[in-house]
Structure formats: C-alpha cells, structure tokens
Design a protein around this ligand. Structure first.
Ligand code: PLP
Length: 407
C-alpha cells in the first residue's frame, strides 16, 4: 500500500465533499478580548472573535491570571506525573473540592478535558456494570458517544429531548436491569435545553441513573454558576454532573461531580483518568480562581444575557433569521454550505469578524449556520459592526429575511 497516497486521497475526498476543515490561526489579545491577532494568510491583522466558547471572557480575568502566575512561580510548569504517581498536587485537590461544592455533590474528579471526562466516565460506568443499558439522547456530543461505544454495552438512542420516546424505551427494558440515561443540558449547536426534571422523573420511575453533560452551562446559569440543574433546583436528582473548565471557566480540563462512591469507583477503574499526566498545577489553580469568582459574582452572567438579548434584537430589526432558544447560543441560519462558508470568509476578509461556519456533518444538511456566541467582552460597537456586516452580506447573497413585523 502507498500510505501517503492513501492519506492524500482521503483528504481530496473530504475537500470535494466540502468537509475539509481550515483553521483560522489566531493569537488572542489578553486584556483586549474579543480581539485577536490574525495570522491566517487572508484577512486583516486584527479580528473580532464571535464564536469563542470562552463565554464570559474568564480567560483574561485578572484573578485567574494572577492565580496561574503565582502557581507557576511556586510550583513550576507541569504536574510531573499521573495523579497516582506524584501528580496529585494541592491545587488539584482544592479544585475537586470546589467543583463538588459547586454541584452540591460529595465528590468530584478531574480529567484533562471535558472530552476525556465523558469518554472515561461513561466508558468506565458502562463497561463495569453488568447488564447495563445506556439510553443516549440522539444529539449527544461525540465524547459521550465514543465513551458509550468504547464500553461495548447495550445502548439505545432516544429521540432528542423527547420524554415520550425515552419512556417507551425505558419501559421496554427489564424492570430490574441497570440503566443509565445520558444527556446534555444546553445543546451547543441549537442552544435548546433538555427537560431535566422530566428526565429525572422517568429515571426515578424506572430506577435508572442519570448522567448530565453541563459543559455549555457551567459558569453561565444558576446563582453560583452550577448550570441549568442548579437554576432549576435539580442538582440533587442527578447521579452524575459532568462539566468543562475550558469554556465559561476560561481555562482547560474536565470533571465529573457525583457521590463519593461513584467518583471513587471511576477514579479507581478509569484508564483515561489513571494512565495520563495530571493537569499542570497552574491550570488547576486558575480554574479554582475562576470557579470561585463565578460562584460569588453574578455580574458576568447578567452582562452575558444582556449581550445575547442585544444581538438577537438587532438581528430581528434586520430580519436576519436566528433560531429562537432559551440559551446564550445564537444560531444564524444560512441553510447552504457554500454560502455559509462564503459569508464566513468575507466577514473575516472584509470586516475583520471571525465566525467559523458550521456545516455538515456537525449539523444536518440544509441547516448550515453561523453560530454566534456573544459575551460580556463584546462592546455595543462590536455588536453594531457585526449586525451591519451581516445585513450587507444577507443582501449580497440574496438570502431570505424574516418579516420585520410581529417578531
Ligand atoms: C466541548 C464539549 C465537550 C468537551 O469539552 P472539552 O473540555 O472541550 O474537551 C463535551 N461535551 C460537550 C457537549 C461539548 O460541547
């Protein structure tokens, strides 16, 4: 086999299908978010980022930066080992306590990313509990799907956010067989929110465990940033809450929060936890500062929601279609992969605005979109420039507008 030719052929095919991924090479400007220096070959040097998952700008928060600098000065760069072999530092333990408290659980366990936390926790639970069936929402994130698949357990996919379908599937399983319902709170592409209370009711009725991915909600919802489950008073009804430190908390890393026994079980059996170097202490210290700050400060959350409202209102005024949802994610529907990429390219080249196009297979064909994530670090002038640019491009691409009345 000509290996190199194989790789090139696969990539050519990907390009022909329009699915070849091109990365924008950026350098975020600390203290000036959402501004970034653009190292991409096309486009201006200075761009405004409108698609970051650093939803609150915590990645440049003075408390976070100070904690990270201090930890580097005191402890050096890396953790120096796996958690089991010299890699458990004081900062890791503090962070796990902080996260358990955030979600009202007895314990929490850190992983190197949210992806790894889903993959390892779901994989471990599903592979070690004899006869378990995992019931997985059809729009679950790749990390959950991979974890479930890796476990080779019995699995059932239920219709997205559909309690009737979930109940039907639960009812078909033997009453005494172990079950785990895996789902997300805020779904990242449509910004819709799961009926968590209804799912917990079904879990109680059918004696199932629940596993909730709150990655797009932690830091952002609830009085202390515990997520949608905190906002709705449901944290104690969930078996496992999973989150990331890489989105609203502005750093990197993932975790689960649950009972002491479950966390200790995953800690003891999850290969993806055991056999990898712990996060650098500076990362853990930065995350502690971020989580602590957002537990006692609501300002960022209030400003975040205000900015989202402002962008939505301004889009409405121009009739630019965006899917209504109860979250902070604004999907602006283009519905055509070529136009979606074109608009994204022109926004970058001519307007200095960076929004990555979201095309198939990330979203279904015909629902290609620009996924806009406003944040407290965007100014009203930033919003103005964004909406004006979109208005001009909507005309240029002859895309349909919504009637302006009756919004
Ligand atoms: C981003 C994401 C993850 C992975 O989190 P990382 O910390 O980025 O690895 C998990 N679940 C969902 C729903 C996500 O969007």
């Amino acid at each position: 086999m000509n290996y190199q030719q194989f790789f090139r052929d696969q990539l050519t095919q990907l390009s022909e299908e329009g699915n070849y991924r091109i990365f924008a090479e950026l350098e975020r400007q600390c203290g000036a978010f959402p501004t970034a220096r653009n190292h991409t070959l096309t486009g201006p040097e200075k761009v405004t980022v409108w698609c970051s998952n650093d939803y609150l700008g915590m990645g440049q928060h003075p408390k976070v930066l100070a904690a990270m600098r201090d930890a580097i000065d005191r402890c050096g760069a890396g953790a120096g080992g796996t958690r089991n072999i010299s890699g458990t530092t004081h900062a890791h333990v503090l962070l796990e306590q902080e996260l358990a408290d955030l979600h009202g659980k007895n314990a929490a366990l850190l992983f190197t990313s949210g992806y790894v936390s889903n993959w390892a926790a779901l994989g471990t639970l599903a592979s070690h509990i004899p006869g378990i069936t995992v019931l997985s929402d059809e729009l679950n994130h790749a990390s959950m799907i991979e974890g479930i698949r890796h476990s080779r357990c019995e699995k059932r996919i239920w219709k997205h956010n559909d309690l009737t379908d979930l109940e039907q599937q639960l009812a078909e399983l033997p009453a005494n067989s172990p079950k785990l319902i895996a789902f997300e709170s805020v779904y990242s592409m449509d910004g819709d929110i799961a009926p968590i209370a209804g799912i917990c009711d079904l879990a109680d009725r059918y004696n199932a465990m629940t596993y909730l991915d709150e990655v797009h909600a932690v830091g952002l919802y609830g009085l202390r940033g515990g997520g949608i489950a905190e906002r709705e008073g449901l944290m104690d009804r969930l078996t496992v809450i999973e989150g990331t430190l890489g989105k609203a908390f502005g750093v990197v890393g993932g975790y689960i929060a649950a009972s002491h026994a479950l966390v200790d079980f995953v800690r003891s059996f999850a290969s993806g936890f055991i056999f990898t170097t712990a996060l650098p202490p500076s990362v853990a210290a930065g995350a502690v500062a971020s989580v602590r700050h957002l537990k006692q400060s609501n300002d960022e959350r209030v400003q975040h929601q205000q900015r989202v409202r402002e962008v939505r209102d301004r889009l409405d005024a121009l009739g630019i279609p965006h899917t209504p949802n109860p979250s902070h994610i604004i999907p602006v529907m283009v519905g055509d992969p070529v136009k979606c990429r074109f608009i994204s390219d022109i926004l970058m080249r001519d307007y200095g605005i960076y929004i990555q196009p979201i095309n198939y297979p990330t979203v279904p064909k015909g629902t290609e979109r620009l996924r806009i994530t406003p944040s407290p670090v965007h100014s009203s002038e930033d919003v103005d420039r964004l909406v004006t640019a979109l208005g001009e491009l909507w005309t240029q691409c002859q895309l349909a507008r919504r009637p302006m009345a009756a919004q």
